[in-house]
Design a protein around this ligand. Structure first.
Ligand code: 5AD
Ligand code: SF4
Length: 453
């Protein structure tokens, strides 16, 4: 980032970022932090201590909207005490006109509004807001722009997210993402490889490749050749010093045999997949526009497990999609019992303005949704507990990520299958791969002890 713009007045300013939503947003926040640090700013933990607050928003479900407006309301008091305080908002919600209208109407004191396609412009917008002492808004509808070479302040030293593509073309009928993040666009393979090589030189051992639907990656290289997602994995697997590759998220309709083979061939590709099913009923899947049915999903799981018996599988499930009958819901329960997921994120269906499902007539009453949700959580947790209990006695390779929030003497890390493990050990193991014998399997995590070599 050039510093010729004479932004010295940013030197020493304190900022904090409040992030809602998915890994994409977390990663965008890392980029925003990286840009601000290059300008000489310093991160602090609370909005009360800071000169600049950025709220990075999520629009996937209604409760994320509500939490955003709640948090935004709190900034007003800070601004009243400190008139030079900068209240900035960005992320998916800013790509929705009705949100912008609400901010203008009810929160006119917000200083900067920017969207998901122009986070690289933030330092400049900040400069304008300071110089002109006026609110600045820049939200792009055009989603074709990809900014390369932006700095990032990583959340973890030894693992990192890497965007490989942006946007989504799938238009699942419940989902707002294609409207807020725009159409799919893949980064060039050379840019991705160079970023990972730089990260590895900087001590990163594990990368998570990010995209709404990584299976449809189609990056064009300098010679005009199109790479698919598996091509990219094979090439990343050859990077010296890198130990683990993960990715997020896969759409079942695009999961190829070639990718399944990549699990077999690529030693660094972790034996883990997040494969959102959304519903176990073919009828509901059709209305969701998922473009696979129950049987195809179950076949995929079988093919994955046949090729990679150790693979761990997690999923996303929506309960109470419009028109979901008791029978449809039981199909979901039945699928959960058949697949036996290692873990599952369960969501109550939430109406999103502008999506096709908003117009579906047979919305499910809240009490029915909640009752189904509880039954689903019970089934999901039972499977997770069973899966985790079966790990007792096994020795797992764990990348040590940090110390436990509850106990300084306890380390935490992830197994290859993305299971969280806690175990006793000293801080200097952070960033290293250690062998851990699992001594206890709980619903959401494992406990163990380091195997001395
Ligand atoms: N309501 C509830 N859950 C949703 N998701 C996406 N849109 C909605 C919605 N409108 C869930 C899906 C997706 C995950 C990231 O969020 O399960 O996979
Ligand atoms: Fe949303 Fe479907 Fe795209 Fe996932 S694949 S981001 S659920 S539209």
């Amino acid at each position: 980032m050039n510093r010729e713009n004479n932004r010295n007045f940013l030197e020493g300013k304190k900022y904090n970022i409040i992030t809602f939503g998915c890994q994409m947003n977390e990663h965008d926040s890392e980029t925003i932090a990286g840009m601000l640090e290059e300008e000489g700013c310093r991160q602090v933990l609370t909005k009360e201590e800071s000169d600049i607050t950025i709220i990075n928003t999520c629009s996937i479900r209604e409760n994320a909207d509500k939490r955003f407006f709640g948090t935004l309301g709190q900034l007003k008091k800070i601004k009243e005490k400190n008139p030079s305080y900068m209240a900035c908002v960005c992320g998916c919600m800013m790509q929705q006109q009705h949100v912008i209208d609400t901010i203008h109407e009810k929160y006119p004191w917000v200083d900067i509004i920017f969207g998901t396609h122009n986070i690289d412009r933030f330092p400049e917008l900040l400069e304008r807001a300071y110089m002109e002492q006026a609110s600045v808004m820049e939200v792009l509808a055009d989603t074709s722009h990809i900014a390369e070479g932006l700095p990032a302040k990583r959340l973890y030293q030894h693992k990192s997210f890497v965007n490989i593509m942006y946007g989504c073309n799938n238009f699942c009928t419940y989902c707002i993402v294609p409207y807020t993040r725009g159409r799919e666009k893949s980064r060039a393979p050379e840019d991705i490889l160079q970023e990972i090589e730089t990260l590895v030189r900087d001590g990163v051992r594990e990368v998570t490749l990010l995209g709404q639907n990584v299976n449809s990656y189609k990056g064009e290289d300098a010679e005009g050749r199109r790479w698919d997602f598996s091509d990219l994995i094979y090439r990343i697997n050859a990077i010296d010093g890198l130990q683990r590759i993960r990715f997020m998220t896969s759409h079942p309709k695009d999961l190829s045999d070639k990718l399944i083979q990549a699990y077999v061939d690529c030693d660094k590709l972790c034996n883990y997949i997040h494969l959102p099913v959304q519903s176990g009923s073919s009828r509901v899947l059709k209305r969701m526009n998922r473009r696979y049915d129950r049987q195809r999903y179950l076949d995929l799981v079988q093919r994955l497990r046949r090729a990679v018996p150790e693979i761990t599988i997690s999923t996303d499930i929506i309960v109470g999609f419009p028109g979901e009958t008791e029978e449809d819901f039981e199909d979901t329960l039945d699928l959960v019992n058949q697949v036996q997921y290692d873990s599952a994120f369960t969501f109550l269906y939430s109406v999103r303005k502008g999506t096709p499902a908003e117009k579906f007539e047979d919305q499910i009453p809240e009490d029915v949704k909640h009752a189904r949700f509880e039954r689903l959580v019970e089934a999901v947790n039972e499977a997770s507990s069973k899966k985790n209990a079966a790990y007792v006695g096994r020795i797992e390779k764990v990348l040590v990520e940090g110390v436990s929030k509850k106990n300084e003497a306890t380390l935490t890390g992830r197994t290859e299958g993305f299971k969280l493990v806690d175990f006793a050990g000293s801080r200097d193991l952070i960033g290293q791969m250690v062998d851990v014998e699992i001594t206890e399997g709980k619903t959401f995590s494992l406990s163990g002890k380091i195997v001395e070599k």
